[in-house]
Design a binder for this molecule. Structure first.
Ligand code: NAP
Length: 281
């Protein structure tokens, strides 16, 4: 039976570290600030933004909430982001996605100045990741790498299989794994034989959004399994992209859902905000 990689525990330690960094800067430089832009009244988005703001408060980061009505136009949103780009007391800007369908979400995200792009989604920060130069990295992939570091595994030379090629998770985590000298295979919906590809993996990162797609028999003995997926069952339970009970029998380490990658994503957002503030002064 594999050991559980407890994201809540690791995230708690990370938040304590962020708190120390915030405290250390407050006197000379002021409090780091994070602006969360929320458009409309999507209940899930509201919960996410509230949680992020609560997490900010716990580590001493100042939240600058911008709640805007559903009918907000792209132009108005671009103006809001433009103002936040200029605000000296705002160090990080996040635009909660998805935005309403009439808004040009790409234009809004790309308007964020790269030095405040704490979600790491601007072209500049994505390009920096690809080039291997310093920049703000997306939070979920950073959280995954931090969890992998917790296992003590040396990634150099290991076979890593990433399921999912999104801009938010799959592609950036593949680049970060490559940076650590893993041999990376990036799978997606057209991959011919997912099961046999995963069977060769020392590290499996599942980010597809398909409940329990990855079965225990796909997992190589001793593999590390990181389950990014968040899927809600008909009964309202949250489950991952990996069949946890089956996979845990073979894995050396496995993340639970919930309580694995999720808490790390929020902790990394806080860490990125302090990093952005540190880089600004
Ligand atoms: P996404 O943008 O929908 O991308 C899903 C990826 O999975 C795509 O690349 C897609 O392939 C691939 N895929 C879909 N079905 C597949 C299949 N049957 N076999 C192989 N690949 C398949 O999703 P995302 O934003 O990356 O998120 C993925 C999951 O992670 C979701 O459940 C999301 O809720 C969760 N998530 C969790 C966190 C967290 O903090 N825990 C953060 C972000 C996301 P194609 O490219 O070919 O379509």
């Amino acid at each position: 039976m594999g050991s559980i990689l407890d994201g809540k525990l690791v995230a708690r330690a990370l938040r304590a570290d962020v708190r120390r960094r915030v405290d250390a800067r407050r006197e000379p430089h002021g409090t780091p600030g994070l602006a969360a832009v929320l458009v409309g009244d999507d209940p899930a988005s509201r919960v996410y933004v509230n949680n992020k703001e609560k997490a900010c408060a716990e580590v001493g980061i100042r939240s600058v909430g911008r709640r805007l009505p559903t009918e907000t136009t792209t132009e108005a949103l671009l103006d809001v982001v433009g103002e936040l780009n200029e605000a000296a007391d705002v160090h990080g800007i996040l635009v909660q996605l998805p935005l309403p369908a009439h808004v040009d979400a790409e234009a809004v995200v790309q308007k964020i100045v790269p030095s405040k792009d704490v979600d790491g989604l601007t072209m500049v920060n994505q390009g920096r990741l690809l080039a291997g130069s310093p920049g703000l990295r997306p939070c979920t992939p950073l959280g995954i790498m931090h969890l992998l570091a917790e296992t003590g595994a040396v990634l150099a030379g290991l076979e890593a299989v990433v399921l999912g090629r999104s801009q938010l998770v799959g592609k950036p985590v593949a680049m970060l794994l490559l940076e650590q000298h893993a041999t990376v295979t990036l799978c997606h919906s057209r991959t011919r034989d997912l099961a046999s590809t995963v069977r060769g993996a020392d590290i499996v990162v599942a980010a597809v959004g398909r409940p329990e797609l990855v079965r225990g028999e796909w997992i190589k003995d001793g593999a590390i399994v990181i389950d990014v997926g968040i899927n809600r069952t008909a009964e309202g339970k949250l489950i991952g992209d990996v069949h946890f009970d089956e996979a845990a029998r073979r894995a050396s380490w496995i993340t639970p859902v919930p309580g694995g990658v999720g808490p790390m994503t929020v902790a990394m957002l806080l860490a990125n905000t302090v990093s952005a503030a540190e880089m600004a002064s």
